[in-house]
Design a protein around this ligand. Sequence first.
Ligand SMILES: NC(=O)C1=CN([C@@H]2O[C@H](COP(=O)(O)OP(=O)(O)OC[C@H]3O[C@@H](n4cnc5c(N)ncnc54)[C@H](OP(=O)(O)O)[C@@H]3O)[C@@H](O)[C@H]2O)C=CC1
Ligand SMILES: CC(C)(CO)C(=O)C(=O)O
Length: 320
Amino acid sequence: MRIAIIGTGGVGAHFGSCLIRGGEEVHLVTTPRHVEAIRGGGVVDLTDEGEARAHPASVTSDPGDIGPVDAVVVAVKLYQFEDATGRIGPLIGPGTVALTLQNGVTAPGMLGRRIGADHVLPGTANIVAWLEGPGRVRQTGGRPAVAIAARPLGSPRPDPRDRQAGGADPRAQALADAFARGGVSARLARDIDRALWEKFALICTMGGVNALAHATTGEVRSFPPTRRLMEQSLAEVRAVATARGVALTDEDCARVLAQLDAVQAGSTTSMQRDLEQGRPSEFDALNGALVALADESGVDVPLQRVICAVLGLHTHRGHV
Ligand SMILES: NC(=O)C1=CN([C@@H]2O[C@H](COP(=O)(O)OP(=O)(O)OC[C@H]3O[C@@H](n4cnc5c(N)ncnc54)[C@H](OP(=O)(O)O)[C@@H]3O)[C@@H](O)[C@H]2O)C=CC1
Ligand SMILES: CC(C)(CO)C(=O)C(=O)O
């Protein structure tokens, strides 16, 4: 498959390396500092298994150098999204699909407004990865996973109770197969909205409450007062999801809580790490976006407001 990846940070560089090693024709679109490093030595991918080097078919800052591809994977931060996708045009042909892997629920709609909903496959990434330097990525915590919408954003939503309705789009299947060949656990999601909101609940809670408490997930979950904040955060996200037509069930919420209980005690999130290291962070596009959606829907989310106020102050000050 001919695949372009926009952004070579934690997510883009690791998945890029996997897709290259799985045999796909991978083109990377990234910032000049990564272009230079990757042209010189490939993508250096550091995992618990050791170091691997992967050489893409091309690496550039200009999508015009690549032209139309079968699939685009958008792997930039939410605050870089509009800028990075503003130049996506040359990569999109009539049959191209573009996968969004951002946390939160806003990226698919933003991309759909730009290139047309029929081209957009919303997705989620379950991975712990970060940049160690230009072209150099560290991934840890076991085999990463992606969930890819079985059908593009513009498709009518099949009734989730009807197992026969609305088969998978062959392009979504081909992309999932490519990830799987690269060693990534890949599944097609018939109800991607539910998957996005579940991940949103996890990230607003783990990232938001951890950063508010300046603590790891292990500390937050084992101290009863902060554990109650975790539970309150999940309940707030659930209320907003329900108001917006995505009725997360008790089982969905129990699954998210079980994930929070299962991650390694020292775990943090990418947003939290960015905040703690004084880098721009996605809190405004995650907990902040949740508050905006809650306001639109008339839902009260007092804890999310506190998280946003405190993290806003940290951002203003430049560090946690
Ligand atoms: N990291 C993780 O473990 C996880 C992250 N996510 C989500 O995935 C998304 C990506 O996160 P992550 O990989 O951590 O982010 P990173 O900050 O590590 O990577 C983003 C990359 O995009 C590059 N970039 C910035 N602007 C552009 C542009 N205009 N065109 C092309 N490339 C550009 C950046 O370059 P430069 O380095 O020069 O700034 C950087 O290399 C986020 O929405 C995050 O929430 C989801 C699950 C886990
Ligand atoms: C919580 C986690 C690690 C799950 O993939 C994540 O999404 C992030 O750090 O941004």
